[in-house]
Design a protein around this ligand. Structure first.
Ligand SMILES: *[C@@H]1O[C@H](CO)[C@@H](O)[C@H](O)[C@H]1NC(C)=O
Ligand SMILES: *[C@@H]1O[C@H](CO)[C@@H](O)[C@H](O)[C@H]1NC(C)=O
Ligand SMILES: *[C@@H]1O[C@H](CO)[C@@H](O)[C@H](O)[C@H]1NC(C)=O
Ligand SMILES: *[C@@H]1O[C@H](CO)[C@@H](O)[C@H](O)[C@H]1NC(C)=O
Ligand SMILES: *[C@@H]1O[C@H](CO)[C@@H](O)[C@H](O)[C@H]1NC(C)=O
Length: 402
């Protein structure tokens, strides 16, 4: 998959990739190259026609590009401009709280962090209106009898996936928006932590330490465990969302100097989950499976969005000191090795100088049989931004290692 020299030159001209860099994998800034490629495909901009995961695609691109702009200040203007473009597109769809809660899964909330950054004080900018609507939509979001938030329209079902969008936004909003009462602030932060906890309690398999995709609070679904309501399989990407959610939420709690009682339970979960993630890496490739704990069972495969999410979580967990130091060398090695696998196996150097990204599974829903065959039979997409933006984030962490 090595680009010919004139392609490398073209890439250099178009995307700021040094002409010789494609010959030297260590020096190539794959994070920036993938960002330029995402921009050239105009991904992460809401149009209203991109299907159920459109809001998540936009929010995830905003978060990935924001991370990139803080590490590469010279190129920051380009990334910030794209974040604004994406966030502005989201304001057209997400500025009505009741509609947000009814028409979009919890993933909509991933758009809230950029909206807050673009309108740090209350006011009437479209970004602030959207941030306020998104916050209000948490209050309007339906809940089960134990106060767990439904993921979407499926009655009484909660998914791990939603936490990536809920945790960081709920936290940042609460800690940066002046509130009428300190008890309201405390209640919101406690509720945020609780949403992580209730999913953990229902979906964690104590023998593997891994979490399954979600649970049905009524235990009615065909797949529901009669005791816990849990779905049966550990879907890589949903566990990836949850793992990144813990990490990014802890980071915000730290930055905003929140009381440690909110951080502690999240950090404990992160530190308990990472060893289980490490234990389930595929020793032959260094990647993670679509169904994480089913290894080489027929039909299972190494999935490129989950692998990128775990690579990011391991490396960033070490960088921020959120993993015990005795785990750091292994975590760094596995995180780096996984990003290299992705670069060698799933990244495609296109003739036009952009990078493609392969091997990302389409949406897997619990509105299904939720069998092993269902998960491994879902289509695999080329250039899904849910995979490529995760790869961007993992690559950025590798580049930060120097
Ligand atoms: C907001 O959304 C709700 C639910 O879809 C709808 O009934 C209402 O008319 C909308 N409000 C505005 C101002 O558009
Ligand atoms: C906070 O106070 C303002 C002004 O008194 C009021 O308009 C608003 O509804 C209050 N917000 C909440 C969440 O109580
Ligand atoms: C936990 O995982 C193990 C290994 O995959 C499996 O055998 C067991 O049935 C699971 N437990 C539950 C309660 O699903
Ligand atoms: C993506 O992966 C599939 C499965 O390995 C392969 O058939 C397809 O050719 C790949 N697409 C590209 C553009 O490399
Ligand atoms: C759930 O799945 C069924 C069967 O595929 C489908 O008819 C229905 O529209 C789905 N529900 C939602 C809310 O997507």
């Amino acid at each position: 998959m090595r680009a010919p020299t004139y392609m490398a030159t073209l890439a250099a001209a178009l995307f700021g990739v040094p002409a010789t860099a494609t010959e030297d994998a260590c020096k190539t800034r794959y994070s920036k190259w993938m960002a330029s490629s995402i921009i050239s495909r105009e991904q992460g901009i809401m149009t209203g026609e991109g299907g159920a995961s459109e809001a998540l695609q936009a929010g995830f691109v905003q978060k990935a590009f924001t991370a990139l702009s803080t590490y590469y200040p010279k190129s920051a203007a380009t990334y910030e401009q794209y974040v604004r473009k994406s966030a502005l597109s989201a304001t057209q769809f997400l500025s009505n709280a009741s509609n947000d809660a009814l028409s979009y899964p919890m993933d909509r909330l991933s758009n809230g962090n950029a909206a807050l950054a673009l309108s740090p004080t209350k006011g009437t900018s479209p970004y602030r209106i959207t941030a306020e609507a998104l916050r209000q939509s948490i209050t309007l979001n339906r809940r089960n009898a134990e106060n767990g938030l439904w993921y979407f329209v499926y009655p009484y079902w909660s998914y791990l996936d939603g936490m990536y969008s809920l945790g960081p936004f709920y936290t940042l909003y609460t800690l940066t928006t002046p509130s009428n009462s300190s008890s309201a602030t405390a209640a919101a932060l406690a509720d945020m932590v609780y949403q992580f906890e209730i999913l953990w309690d229902h979906t964690r398999n104590v023998s593997t330490g891994l979490l399954t995709h979600g649970y049905d609070a009524l235990r009615d679904a065909v797949w529901a465990d009669p005791k816990t309501g849990a779905s049966p399989y550990v879907w890589g990407r949903s566990l990836g969302w949850y793992t990144m959610a813990l990490l990014d939420t802890i980071e915000i709690l730290d930055k905003e100097e929140a009381p440690s009682k909110y951080k502690t339970p999240l950090l404990e979960k992160f530190q308990a989950l990472i060893p289980a993630v490490i234990k389930n890496v595929d020793p032959n490739t260094g990647g993670w499976w679509q169904i994480v704990d089913q290894g080489e069972r027929e039909g299972n495969y190494i999935e490129s969005s989950a692998t990128a999410m775990f690579s990011y979580s391991l490396l960033k967990g070490v960088r921020l000191g959120y993993l015990p130091s005795k785990l750091a060398p292994t975590a760094t090695k596995l995180g780096t090795q996984a990003q290299k696998l992705l670069t060698d196996t799933f990244v495609v150097k296109e003739a036009d100088g952009t990078l493609g990204y392969n091997g990302t599974v389409a949406v897997c829903s619990l509105n299904s049989t939720a069998t092993f065959e269902y998960y491994v039979g879902q289509p695999i997409l080329y250039n899904s931004v849910l995979g490529s933006a995760a790869y961007l984030l993992a690559s950025l962490e590798v580049e930060r290692l120097g």
